[in-house]
Design a protein around this ligand. Structure first.
Ligand code: FES
Length: 132
């Protein structure tokens, strides 16, 4: 169920570097922020292929975030993947007059929805020992 939407501040524009990713965790959302052609874009940080850390990647010249693990491409505007039939969530980002980058999040979601199916979540490097 969708809750009310609200804007939260993420970072300052001058913390972003053109073409590079920045990881921001806010209210349980794990986000990758990219500056592409001087505009901020925000997507989920978690690569659906095998849990890569998208913020550690970069944006290529066509506006695709490149996963640092296996080079899958995700359009930063739509979240759609150019590899296979998956995609990731995108968030609407805005730039305030004072240079703050804000993002619109759904207040009804308590935490980001992590896919819990199959091996895709298996090897994100959390350092958590597996039970048993
Ligand atoms: S984990 Fe992202 S491409 Fe493999």
């Amino acid at each position: 169920m969708m809750g009310p939407m609200r804007w939260v501040s993420l970072c300052r524009l001058d913390e972003l570097v053109e073409g590079k990713g920045k990881y921001v965790e806010i209210d349980g959302f794990q986000l990758a922020v990219f500056l592409h052609q001087a505009k901020p874009y925000v997507i989920d940080n978690y690569c659906p292929h095998a849990g890569g850390n998208l913020a550690a990647g970069h944006v290529d010249g066509t506006g695709c975030a490149v996963c640092p693990l296996h080079d899958w491409l995700f359009d930063v505007k739509t979240g759609s993947s150019l590899n296979g039939n998956c995609g990731i969530k995108t968030y609407t980002a805005s730039l305030e007059p004072d240079g703050t980058v804000t993002v619109e999040v759904d207040d009804g979601e308590e935490t980001m929805a992590m896919p819990n199916t199959g091996p895709m979540t298996a090897d994100i490097a959390t350092g958590t020992p597996s039970p048993g």
